[in-house]
Design a protein. Structure first.
Length: 153
């Protein structure tokens, strides 16, 4: 028995073009796991670099990268730089909001902080990235070419 297009809930055959591919899927998995790796690193005894380096890298880049990457359809060259430049400030802003919220409810600890960020990062890594202006601008400019001499008409 074969399925026809009318038998799918949307009335159209399944399209796998919007699903994550190759490097995008690996990036999503890595971002989703990064918080849990940082949380696991806190179990290392003593002030070892194996303890603080994963936590530092996750706190600086994890939530921001998960929020900005991956973009559906990839990133334009200008948008890659924009996403990299915004990843740390977005991560630090989310960290400050998380820490402040935990302090306000008198529940702050390193474990609760990392757990909150890890859950956020895992959920957000499964969603499409936030739209970036350069990503849209690059897609719009890709469709129409400007004259080589830089002139108008």
């Amino acid at each position: 028995m074969t399925l026809q297009a009318s038998q799918f809930p949307s009335g159209q055959p399944m399209n796998t073009a919007g699903s994550p591919h190759g490097a995008e899927r690996h990036l999503r998995v890595l971002l989703g796991a990064s918080g849990w790796i940082a949380l696991a690193a806190t179990t290392v005894p003593g002030p070892s670099p194996l303890r603080w380096i994963p936590v530092l890298l996750f706190t600086l880049f994890g939530p921001g990268c998960a929020a900005l990457y991956p973009q559906p359809g990839g990133l334009a060259p200008g948008a890659r730089l924009e996403a990299i430049a915004l990843a740390a400030p977005v991560s630090l802003s989310l960290g400050v909001l998380t820490a402040t919220s935990l302090f306000l409810v008198k529940a702050f600890s390193a474990t609760s902080f990392l757990l909150s960020l890890a859950v956020f990062t895992t959920v957000v890594a499964a969603l499409p990235g936030l739209p970036l202006p350069a990503a849209r601008r690059g897609a719009a400019e890709h469709g129409r070419r400007r004259p080589a001499n830089g002139g108008g008409a």
